[in-house]
Design a protein around this ligand. Sequence first.
Ligand SMILES: NC(=O)c1ccc[n+]([C@@H]2O[C@H](COP(=O)([O-])OP(=O)(O)OC[C@H]3O[C@@H](n4cnc5c(N)ncnc54)[C@H](OP(=O)(O)O)[C@@H]3O)[C@@H](O)[C@H]2O)c1
Length: 258
Amino acid sequence: MGFSPDTLRDRVAIVTGASQGIGRAVAIELAKVGAHVVACSRRRPELEGVAAAVRAEGRRALAVACDVGDAIQVDQAVARAVEVFGRIDLLVNNAGYRIRPPLEDLPRSEWDAMVATNLTGVFLFSQAVGRVMIRQRGGKIVNVTSVAGRTGARGMAAYAAAKAGAAVLTQSLGAEWAKYGITVNAVAPGPVETEGVLEVWKTPAMIAQAARDVPLQRLGRPEEIAWAVVFLASDQANFMTGETLYVSGGPRVANREE
Ligand SMILES: NC(=O)c1ccc[n+]([C@@H]2O[C@H](COP(=O)([O-])OP(=O)(O)OC[C@H]3O[C@@H](n4cnc5c(N)ncnc54)[C@H](OP(=O)(O)O)[C@@H]3O)[C@@H](O)[C@H]2O)c1
């Protein structure tokens, strides 16, 4: 039994990084609970497929090609969403990627690109949509961060730092924009089986190893992150802001039993 189809009936949602993985699952789960969806990322053909899946749920959909790190493209995407739907009730800042070179070998350009997508993109989209929501006197923002933003991550320092920035941005904006009726929360996933992750963990043995490190002994499914986003986007979460919901298969703790 899932959320009721009235949970977000006729709300208008923008989802970034919607072309695959968690973002695609968020777009489709939002449609199942009543929302119309603006799907954003750089690859339009993949977005059109997601838009078709949203329409198949009986909702309206718009595919908008956009790089979240480019302020002009972000402003154009938000303007287009307002032009078509007249309002924006929900923003899900999900676009992101991870890189693995050790910090001592990381070129400055790769650091800048990581921060541009995983942190500056959250700022740019939140600012552009926040201005619309401030005018509306209400709205919800949900940022998809990571457990890495709390614990750090060996071999992924730049990623973890950008995600920690997004988590603190969430806390600060949650407090700052409460006066406008806007809530800002985050969902922090642990390892989830997506196209992006499977590019790194290429073999069943690597996936099994990753699963063994999770207390619940498996990777998450994209829908399991999407359901937490639906909750934070719903009226049932109206008394939450500036918070992070961890959906991680359990926290990593210091000692092993065996
Ligand atoms: N999967 C996990 O284990 C996990 C764990 C913790 C946190 N997360 C976070 O969850 C989010 C989604 O992860 P995922 O595993 O679903 O990732 P994924 O499979 O790699 O998909 C990433 C998505 O982000 C979009 N994207 C990347 N750079 C972009 C840019 N510059 N502008 C616009 N869109 C961009 C991609 O679309 P285009 O290529 O079409 O632009 C794609 O739709 C990310 O923020 C990630 O850090 C994931």
